[in-house]
Design a protein around this ligand. Structure first.
Ligand code: AHR
Length: 488
């Protein structure tokens, strides 16, 4: 059976915001310390303490933005602890992530300079839970104010004359939970207060709902004036069970199916949260910012232990490809998303083991998909074939497509079915492109992963399993695979 899709350019189609391909780095486990930050006295080649190999890999990914310092950590973080001479910085307890010592050696300058090195836009999460309005307002001044002020003088004294001009600012994180256990009404008021003392020329992002807490979105949209709200966040992890047996590589098909069911729920979440936003913001000025997403599995006994360290398998590649297709297809409202997290934590794109560094299957998906950044969406409408397991069904194939400024067409397809290939026919006659090439990411087993011993077990290869029949592409997508086609 062949599923047919027709792609046509639409003049009112949205541009896929490059920030959908953003990342997240928190003071958690080996994300920062022992991850990308090793300090400038390390033997591992680095620039101001940041590993050169990681900078290179993330630049190749075209990482558009990076969120920091949390996560839950953000609402315990006092930014002034992380500026000035390192020997004077206080050592604190990282209360959320294992009660470990945090010496604040990676702070505001270190992060913002690293973003410059990466060519990525910084996204700073402010402390609402245990901070003050004054503290956050001063952080904005410290980072952004050019003229003379106590904060810009302090920045200059600490070695940075020019401001960094940080555009994206989160006002708290998970305010319903680790960010302060607030009610939606209470947080909406807090948000208004904090936003009042931050300038209007930055994007202020409200701490958003956990998965399907639609009441949270409704309350915030109703109670925060639109001109104070640049973005509203949403967090959704594909957490299925806490498999204590391993590091996430010994999962069963039951667990895989459950993971994919949770991951594909993103479609419903984005649709429903967007519909609520539409009621109050019909012109879609406010961004939906999915600033934490990804798979969250067993963390107890990893092969390379660390807090929230988990192995990243072919399952994660499929999860990432399907989720990014959802974001692309909702580009009219989803304008930023941040995979959790960048290095060594949860669904990381990079793993490190002392001096060694490897890229994960998810890294390769992000790299294959970065062709969509800034391209115009080609809307896709079709009924997917089904992935059936123990009487339950999920859509097996997801597709998203775009046309970039050079009129090159990119089509990304994911087949999540663990056993069956699927045939898709895509009519591209209306797009003015003739010659197609393809890339595929797949592996022998869903449980396969890139290890420090075999770092290139799962890498993209040339994909030829398609035929162009007079403008109709007949594509056979193998089980658990991610394919990207390019048409010129
Ligand atoms: O990414 C790990 C944690 O998950 C973050 O700190 C928090 O925001 C979320 O609950």
């Amino acid at each position: 059976q062949i599923t047919a899709i027709t792609l046509v350019s639409k003049t009112d189609a949205p541009v896929i915001n490059k920030n959908i391909y953003g990342h997240f780095a928190e003071h958690l486990g080996r994300s920062i310390y022992g991850g990308f930050f090793v300090g400038d006295t390390s033997k591992i080649p680095n620039t101001n303490g940041v590993r050169n190999d990681i900078v290179k890999a993330l630049k190749e990914l075209k990482i558009p933005n990076l969120r920091w310092p949390g996560g839950c950590f953000a609402d315990t973080y006092h930014w002034k602890d992380g500026i000035g001479p390192k020997e004077n910085r206080p050592t604190i307890v990282n209360q959320w992530w294992g009660g470990v010592t945090e010496d604040n050696s990676f702070g505001t300058h270190d992060f913002l300079n690293m973003c410059e090195l990466l060519g990525a836009e910084p996204y700073l999460s402010g402390n609402v839970g245990s901070g003050t309005v004054q503290e956050l307002s001063e952080w904005v001044q410290y980072a952004n104010y050019k003229g003379k002020s106590p904060m810009s003088d302090l920045r200059k004294k600490n070695g940075r004359a020019e401001p960094w001009k940080v555009n994206f600012w989160g006002i708290g994180n998970e305010a319903w939970g680790c960010g302060g256990n607030m009610t939606a009404d209470y947080y909406a008021n807090e948000y208004r207060k904090y936003a009042t003392f931050m300038p209007n020329d930055i994007v202020r992002i409200a701490s958003g709902a956990n998965s399907d807490n639609y009441n949270w979105t409704e309350t915030l949209m109703k109670n925060i004036p639109a001109n104070m709200l640049g973005g509203l966040a949403l967090h959704h992890y594909s957490v299925i069970d806490w498999n204590k047996k391993g590091d996430g590589v010994d999962f069963t098909e039951d667990q895989y199916f459950a993971t994919m069911k949770e991951a594909l729920k993103m479609e419903e979440l984005v649709t429903k949260h967007s519909a609520i936003m539409d009621k109050y913001d019909p012109n879609k000025k406010i961004d939906l910012v999915v600033d934490e997403w990804g798979g969250w599995y067993d963390v107890e006994k990893g092969t390379n232990p660390g807090f929230l360290y988990q192995q990243n398998t072919m399952r994660d590649a499929v999860l990432a490809g399907s989720t990014l297709n959802i974001f692309n297809n909702h580009a009219d409202r989803v304008r930023m998303a941040n995979l959790a997290q960048c290095v060594n934590v949860l669904q990381a794109v990079i793993l490190t083991d002392k001096a060694k560094m490897i890229t994960t299957p998810t890294y390769h998906v992000m790299k294959m998909y970065n062709v969509h950044q800034g391209a115009t969406l080609l809307p896709v409408n079709f009924n997917s074939p089904r992935y059936t397991y123990k009487g339950e069904m999920l859509p097996a194939v997801s597709v998203s497509a775009s046309k970039d400024q050079n009129r090159v067409v990119h089509i990304s397809l994911v087949n999540i079915d663990s056993k069956n290939k699927n045939k898709i026919e895509i009519d591209v006659k209306g797009l003015g492109v003739k010659n197609f090439t393809g890339t595929i990411l797949t592996s022998a087993k869903l449980q396969d992963y890139n290890s420090f011993e075999v770092p290139n077990k799962i890498v993209p290869t040339v994909f030829k399993n398609f035929e162009n029949k007079s403008g109709k592409l007949e594509i056979t997508v193998p089980p658990f695979s991610v394919v990207v086609l390019e048409g010129k």
